[in-house]
Design a protein around this ligand. Structure first.
Ligand code: ZN
Length: 169
């Protein structure tokens, strides 16, 4: 899923858990639960740019993935800026460490793709295995457009809850 979704979830859960370590751990685990939900990003970068049937070499595949990731990252940065400017709870330790826990699995995955370091290969493999847990049993992943639409709706819902909590806190 988009890191923005993982971050928004981390922030939301973090508003309810004051302990930073606990919030980190719960959101780290929650990342994997959310990744199981089919969201259309099998062969992510290639699909996004309509290159699914093209034979890309390893470098081109990484490039399309990086471009997709960059878009996600830009949205994520603006979400963070907005949150720190407008939501008073954004400074809470539970919220900050909830966000870190929620996005760190994908940062580790990206580190592996870039470095191919043997130290984190097991983590990369586990993340991939988990990600394919459900879609591997389905004939096809859901269409990417549906996956993106679903995530935009999910984000709107999470954002609404965050705005609501900001009012009562
Ligand atoms: Zn992930």
């Amino acid at each position: 899923m988009f890191i923005t979704i993982h971050a928004a979830t981390g922030a939301l859960v973090g508003t309810q858990i004051a302990n930073p370590i606990l919030s980190f751990l719960i959101n780290f685990a929650l990342h994997f639960v959310m990744d199981i939900i089919p969201h259309g990003d099998k062969e992510l970068g290639k699909r996004f740019f309509g290159l699914l049937n093209k034979k890309l070499n390893e470098e081109e595949k990484i490039k399309s993935l990086a471009a997709y990731g960059l878009i996600d990252y830009i949205v994520f940065v603006f979400f963070l800026l907005f949150m720190f400017k407008n939501f008073t709870f954004a400074k809470d330790d539970g919220v900050i460490w909830g966000i870190v826990g929620g996005i760190i699995p994908d940062l580790l995955v990206a580190s592996y793709v870039l470095t191919k370091s043997k130290k984190i290969k097991w983590f990369f493999d586990f993340h991939k295995w988990n990600h394919h847990l459900l879609i591997g049993r389905m004939k096809n992943d859901i269409p990417l457009k549906a996956g993106i639409a679903m995530q935009i709706l999910l984000f709107a819902f999470l954002f609404m809850l965050l705005a609501e909590i900001n009012l009562v806190k």
